[in-house]
Ligand binder design. Structure first.
Ligand SMILES: NC(=O)c1ccc[n+]([C@@H]2O[C@H](COP(=O)([O-])OP(=O)(O)OC[C@H]3O[C@@H](n4cnc5c(N)ncnc54)[C@H](O)[C@@H]3O)[C@@H](O)[C@H]2O)c1
Length: 377
């Protein structure tokens, strides 16, 4: 079995999630690639300390240049604030390493295009993180859509909702400040998650009418004062989509990314409705896929899904339900398999072109909201 030696730059929330996904690689039975975490870089000593418990980690450093000079690394996962994406992603590519990038793949459209272009020039394998489509329920929904029995598409909805920002006493962090997170705000935080499945199915937005909301303008700074909170909280993107199979139909697609969604802790969902069938999945009901069937009677059928519906087989019982850690590991398996040329027909991680398209959509959404009109993409 081949081994992919991975380094991590940015050992915060997502860097540790990555380490944990690699730590139980034995759960996967048929990837054909073993991923080993060999090196970690983070600025803070406390974070670096956490990684010392992982026996395969041979290099721990505060300097990303040191990590990138490590000849044994094949690829690097970079999980840092958005204003650092462009510089660090380009450093990885120019050091001759492959890259598993975090969303939103640069702080803005110009950064995303630059990263995509340098990835092409350097011929490195680059993908962008978006793990939720790797949940078994979404894999099942994709199979239903792929069967092509939905008829003429009527409507597509995809979104990601959070609620913790409803609390005005929640302290500020970099994700709530334009200079670190980007002017696209919540779209940068949650948008790639909402775009990945529709874009992969070829559902590209032709134009967008955006409704953006900024409700919370300042938050506690954690030092007894208040700090400006200047990012968009909620974004509703109403798009026209031209469907490749039905070139004369323009289908409404609504992409929703919200930090102020009452009652929604971390809810990712997709719903696709057609004249003959439909499918609906939400992490709110993580082991349920709803399928619509139009016959003599109109029926929504409810199916339970378990780990057996995963893209990559696992030792976990087929009827056991999946969670965030599972889909994150499945995403890494897809990265490793695609890089090794063995993805087959399975769903793959978001590509640089898809990440750039998401930024084109978000940039158009900013114009749309300011000018109160639909904007072509
Ligand atoms: N895929 C997902 O579901 C998901 C979820 C949350 C965040 N993210 C994305 O992951 C990225 C990181 O988010 P997070 O929540 O892990 O952030 P975080 O703040 O928890 O962690 C970021 C880490 O980067 C380190 N860092 C900053 N500058 C660095 C540098 N120059 N060199 C090395 N380390 C450096 C910090 O010390 C910190 O430990 C962002 O792009 C974010 O959008 C993805």
């Amino acid at each position: 079995m081949k081994t992919l030696r991975l380094g991590i730059i940015g050992g915060g929330l997502m860097g540790r999630e990555m380490a944990s996904a690699i730590g139980r690689w034995c759960a996967l039975t048929d990837v054909g690639v073993r991923v080993e975490l060999a090196a970690v870089c983070d600025l803070t000593e406390k974070t670096r300390e956490w990684f010392r418990q992982i026996p395969t980690v041979r290099q721990i450093t505060a300097d990303s240049r040191e990590l990138l000079a490590n000849a044994e690394l094949d690829a690097v996962y970079v999980a840092v604030p958005h204003h650092l994406h462009e510089a660090l992603y380009l450093d990885v590519l120019r050091a001759g390493k492959d890259l598993l990038a975090e969303k939103p793949f640069g702080i803005d459209l110009a950064a995303a295009r630059k990263i995509r272009d340098v990835a092409r020039e350097t011929r490195r394998f680059v993908r962008c993180s978006s793990e939720l489509p790797f949940l078994p329920g979404v894999q099942r929904a994709l199979r239903v859509i792929g069967e092509g029995k939905l008829g003429h598409l009527l409507e597509i909805r995809s979104g990601f909702w959070h609620a913790s920002d409803l609390d005005p006493t929640k302290a500020i962090n970099w994700k709530r400040q334009v200079k670190f997170c980007g002017a696209i705000g919540v779209m940068g935080d949650l948008g790639m998650h909402a775009c990945h499945v529709p874009f992969r199915l070829g559902w590209r937005p032709a134009r967008v009418y955006a409704q953006l909301q900024k409700i919370t303008h300042e938050r506690p700074d954690g030092k007894g004062g208040m700090a400006a909170c200047d990012t968009w909280d909620n974004a509703m993107l109403h798009c026209d989509v031209e469907i490749p199979e039905h070139p004369n139909d323009t289908v409404p697609m609504r992409l929703e990314t919200k930090r102020l969604a009452p009652g929604e802790m971390n809810t990712w969902f997709i719903e696709v409705l057609g004249t003959d069938g439909g499918v609906r999945f939400s992490t709110k009901e993580p082991k349920t896929v709803w399928q619509f069937r139009r016959g003599k009677e109109q029926v929504w059928e409810r199916y339970d899904v378990g780990m057996a519906d995963s893209a990559f087989p696992v030792v976990t019982g087929g009827i056991f339900e999946a969670g965030f850690a599972d889909c994150f590991q499945q995403m890494l398996a897809a990265f490793a398999a695609e890089r090794a040329g063995s993805l087959g027909g399975r769903f793959g991680c978001a590509t640089p072109d898809e990440a750039v398209l998401s930024h084109e959509l978000f940039a158009a959404a900013l114009v749309s909201h300011t000018e109160k009109r639909a904007v072509e993409i």
